[in-house]
Write a protein that binds this ligand. Sequence first.
Ligand SMILES: [Zn+2]
Ligand SMILES: [Zn+2]
Length: 331
Amino acid sequence: MGQGELEIREFPDPVPGPQEVVVRVKTAAICGSDIHMYHAPKRQDGKSGLIAGHEPAGVVERIGEGVTLVKPGDRVSVYHYIGCGKCKNCLAGFWQWCPQTKGLGAHVNGADADFVLVKEQNCYVLPEELSFIDGSFMACAAGTTYSALMKLQPSGASTIAVIGLGPVGLCGVAMSKAMGAHVVAIGRRKIRLDLARQLGADAVIDVATSDAYAEVRRLVPEGVDLVYETSGAIEAHQLMVQILKPGGKACVVAGRGPEPGINAGALIGRQLTIMGSFVLPIWMVAEMAAFIVRHKIRFDRMVTHRFRIDQAKEAFELFDSGECGKVIFEF
Ligand SMILES: [Zn+2]
Ligand SMILES: [Zn+2]
């Protein structure tokens, strides 16, 4: 995959080694980071030939020697970074920071296939209340959001602006509503603005047809307490600084590479806190699952399109267009 091209190919079925598990994929969702890889130049190290995808849920098919945490037939959500399990970051539950971490679809074969091979610890057994779609959201979009919101701590006493209404932003709307916050959703494209409204946003701002800064100031004259920034757009990073109230906090989960600096004067004068957040630590998966069950978060309502894997080209083109909510493959 790369340079706007993808290929559907046959691969041999993976065989689990010691402490490894093969999961039969039931749902695998497309992510914004898949779209970056889809457009990126093809890599010379052969990684562009890997199976894409890192948002799987499915059923344990085969287990390797010594596996005790799961058994064949278990319904699981799959955590998508495979750490060494021994380094300081792995022991602390931050497998995404392991120096030897292997991301599904980035370093090893990913999840947009009938089977995916991971370590047993990567499998989180889904409680019966949660579907495979919930499991796919937990793997990335919901996990990224839950981890960021744990840093921001929205509550019934706070106002949060969610910027960007792709699936990660939509998770931000639904999950910060569940935490009790007043939610201002800021995005573009009717389909996504409508989804934000349906998921409980208290106000929705279309940046294509209105002055987002003026609208936020009209709705929340003192500025918002919190911002969850999911768009990665430079204008959004500027807006984030403008709309925070003194002492406000923002968490950024999108954007790559160098960009013009944010206004240091505003940061200093209003004592703002701007944080980054990167997926979720593996230790947080169980806590998030309990939160999703308790608050009955309806991730299925964010899914607007379902495809078979042989329709991958169509699915990627649709998600790339932005005229959709979450796009998933079903197997
Ligand atoms: Zn993802
Ligand atoms: Zn490690």
